[in-house]
Design a protein around this ligand. Structure first.
Ligand code: ATP
Ligand code: ATP
Ligand code: MG
Ligand code: MG
Lengths: 468, 468
């Protein structure tokens, strides 16, 4: 007799940890640090706060077994409200980033996957300490995740009055991990993070007692990303039903104009007429069972109607071509750099901006293929390269056309900023090949490669002149 | 103010469909068919039934919009009990395969991801018709998935007395899909499935009215895989707690011997003594809060203790070296074939068997690199090749050592059979590089490559003799 049963999402990601990026003790160190650092940056630069982030990796005290480390990340961000703190850290698929905004986080899984990995390999609860700017109190919770029920199990909590005006969050997780093998990737991750966030101050303290400081290079921050209304092309049946349920709009036309972006009065009326639905229809009517077919057809047409404006991109927050060039120079001391921010495009109703940077020569060691630095919403991606759309594009370029002969001292940086990054995995390793994104990356790579060609052809002429 | 909220697993995979393999309308056709076919094979050959499977893809009737197809897969398998039918097809993370047994399915997500994709793109419920062998009735349900609540919403159901003795299941899902682009991959998938399951009869009917028949080649079936007890190395804290809760064993020693495989009386006692825990301890005692540290240390030691036997592999069901060679010959008409079934090994307490086949020459068209056919638990994997451990191994082989010069007419088949396949994605595209598995694949590839070299060196000598 077959044994049928359900599983909570906590059990699912506990049983299949590799789906969340926790494939082995080396990767677990990396993934724990990156999930905490990404949360820290989301809590700061997304809210216009100059980030100060401290990462400490130390041998776990009072925990048996070698290879046990306590990883602590502290930030000066917006903090976590005490009413949601337990769920934010103790319930899988719980998040403040399920909205339409460019953030690093998107799944509501990251820190919980680390908590689960820690509680299963080291038996320790996560410790969270947090204070919000407008509050007089600091709150603390130590908790495990109840894997079966997918809910937090608080084992200790407290609160105390602030002495200063601190705001921010400190998260401490103890895991089994192979620090020795993970070390170089962790340092590379933080280095690459700092390169595109020169307004951030980041410290890394290692178990050996080394302190890596990535100082703030500028107080100038890019404008933070903002939340947007959905675009008609990006809405699915369930989302549209939720909008109809919660809307205060009294007509269907008003729903389209007020609940969506890029829909004006005229296009709303034209669209509804074309769809054969009255613009004055009461939105709640569409939720009735007998209107299901009408609703499905309407959502279908919404997603494919060509008469709406493209999604707005002014709520995105790219790195900026200047910052990319500065970052490349700082990292590689090259002879040549160039960078471009492509015009915004969209896929599935979500706007995206591709940025490409290139660096050549100088201190860059020659390699058999370009060194590719991939970024998505300012997160450096260090795994899964060969299935990433950026790798597909960059390795498909005929570099000979640009006077590049391998081995060559060539670095290419690709950044995608969007309200929705099409990751192939819940562990955020690589980006799937969405055709619109692929063609923008290709256009951006060609654009900077052409500038490189100009530089290289001039160098070639100068070399010929010197030979005569 | 940040908006904090939870999401059900249905909403999670509905919002991030690419995580389940539904990245675009082309891939959606492929993924729907493969999920249904894999369920059909799990319902037959896993239970010793000679599979008869019929796949029909037809233009959707009464559904607006182009590119709408109804995909129906019918099998003669064990059927679905009426009491679980709604959850099996309408609740994400619900499965009969959450046990320790070699099956194609493992996540409890596959068919539900297809149902969600269908209901969102075509607005149609899934139709399931099923009958069990020992029952007089056939049951039918049409349902949607309530995305917010992650539960089935039945819109029609019925039952009727069987007229014959039919048993099996028919599942019908209507989706938006790009059949034209998906067609060749779907045919390739079914072809490759049939190659390693020559005891199965599979029919594919396409929207164009073509009928592909993959007839049964043999009635001889490999012994079906069987369910196993967990191995100590594969158990985590939560699983051990569940075992302690449900066990009827009265001592800790009895728990180890009866609830696990590969643990005898002697090794149980030795292990517990080494762990400093009494073999006579009442298992329920370990569940008390004050024993948490003891429990954590015990599970830790369980996972690393060297004194237990390796996991048993007799409950696995490999393809078999003969069948692999026959399949390769049928598919490619090569000049040479060889195949090997490696000895069983284990990772994380789960046994696995690697099988490698090689084919050369004859009708194989020369290519710049080997054509790699990847299989996991008899499922052909057609996506994500470049991040797959098998690709890493095969592309890393120095084929010159084996007298192979590219372009060359070379095919390599790699199959991994296990109670737990370490997929990198919930959409089952590629296999992560677990060191134990990687080294077995490498050993297997070298083994068949050496046989190829003997063949090629003999051909070389014969060619030289002819020239003189
Ligand atoms: N350092 C922090 N400061 C403020 N809030 C935080 C911090 N870390 C986590 N949170 C809150 O906890 C929530 C859950 O974090 P978690 O990493 O699990 O998911 P996420 O960041 O939303 O998405 P992802 O899984 O993609 O990382 C966040 O959405 C955020 O609201
Ligand atoms: N054709 C079928 N015959 C019998 N049972 C079936 C069939 N299709 C599905 N089921 C039942 O429904 C359950 C859910 O199927 P589903 O594909 O969602 O998950 P799974 O096969 O268990 O895992 P995976 O997500 O890896 O495919 C199965 O575990 C099985 O019990
Ligand atoms: Mg996060
Ligand atoms: Mg399945």
């Amino acid at each position: 007799q077959e044994k049928y049963r359900a599983m909570s999402p906590a059990e699912f990601f506990s049983r299949y940890k590799e789906l969340a990026g926790f494939s082995n003790p080396t990767r677990a160190v990396y993934q724990t640090i990156r999930e905490l650092v990404e949360n820290a940056l989301d809590a700061t630069d997304t809210h216009g706060i100059l980030p100060v982030i401290r990462v400490v990796v130390e041998p776990a005290r009072g925990v048996e077994g070698e290879n046990r480390y306590t990883i602590t990340v502290e930030d000066n961000g917006i903090g976590v409200p005490p009413t949601v703190m337990a769920d934010a850290f103790g319930r899988v698929l719980y998040s403040s980033k399920y909205v339409i905004r460019q953030t690093r986080g998107m799944f509501g899984l990251g820190v919980k996957a680390a908590v689960i990995y820690g509680q299963q390999t080291a038996g320790q609860p996560v410790t969270v300490i947090s204070a919000m700017e407008d509050s007089d109190y600091v709150y603390m919770k130590k908790l495990f995740i109840d894997i079966n029920e997918n809910k937090p199990r608080i084992v200790e909590e407290g609160q105390w009055r602030k002495r200063g005006r601190w705001h921010g969050t400190r998260v401490s997780i103890t895991i089994e991990g192979d620090w020795r093998r993970a070390r170089s990737r962790v340092i590379e991750y933080i280095k690459r993070t700092a390169i595109v966030a020169p307004y951030a101050e980041i410290h890394l303290v290692t178990p050996e007692g080394d302190v890596y400081i990535f100082p703030r290079m500028t107080r100038k921050m890019p404008k933070p990303p903002r939340e947007a209304k959905p675009h008609p092309h990006g809405v699915n049946l369930e989302q549209f039903k939720m909008i109809l349920q919660s809307t205060r709009a009294r007509t269907l036309k008003e729903v389209l104009v007020t609940e969506f972006q890029s829909v004006g009065e005229k296009s709303a009326v034209n669209f509804l007429r074309e769809a054969g639905v009255s613009p004055d229809l009461n939105p709640k009517t569409l939720l009735r069972r007998e209107y299901r077919d009408v609703l499905v057809r309407l959502v279908d047409k919404l997603r494919s109607y060509k008469g709406f404006r493209a999604p707005r991109s002014d709520y995105l927050s790219p790195i900026g071509a200047d910052l990319i060039e500065i970052g490349l120079r700082r990292m590689f001391r090259p002879e040549f750099t160039a960078a471009v921010t492509r015009p915004a495009r969209s896929y599935m109703g979500h706007p995206f901006i591709v940025e490409v940077g290139i660096a050549y020569g100088g201190s860059i060691p020659p390699r058999e293929e370009p060194l590719l630095l991939r970024y998505a919403n300012k997160i450096p991606l260090l795994y899964g390269e060969r299935e990433d759309v950026a790798y597909k594009v960059v390795s498909g370029v005929n570099w000979k056309n640009y006077y590049v002969e391998f081995p060559a001292p060539l670095v290419v940086l690709v950044h995608i900023a969007s309200t929705r990054i099409p990751y192939k995995e819940a562990g955020k390793e690589s980006i799937g090949d969405v055709p619109e994104i692929e063609s923008e990356i290709r256009a951006g790579v060609w654009e900077v490669a052409r500038k490189l060609r100009i530089f290289l052809s001039r160098k070639r002429r100068e070399a010929e002149i010197r030979r005569k």
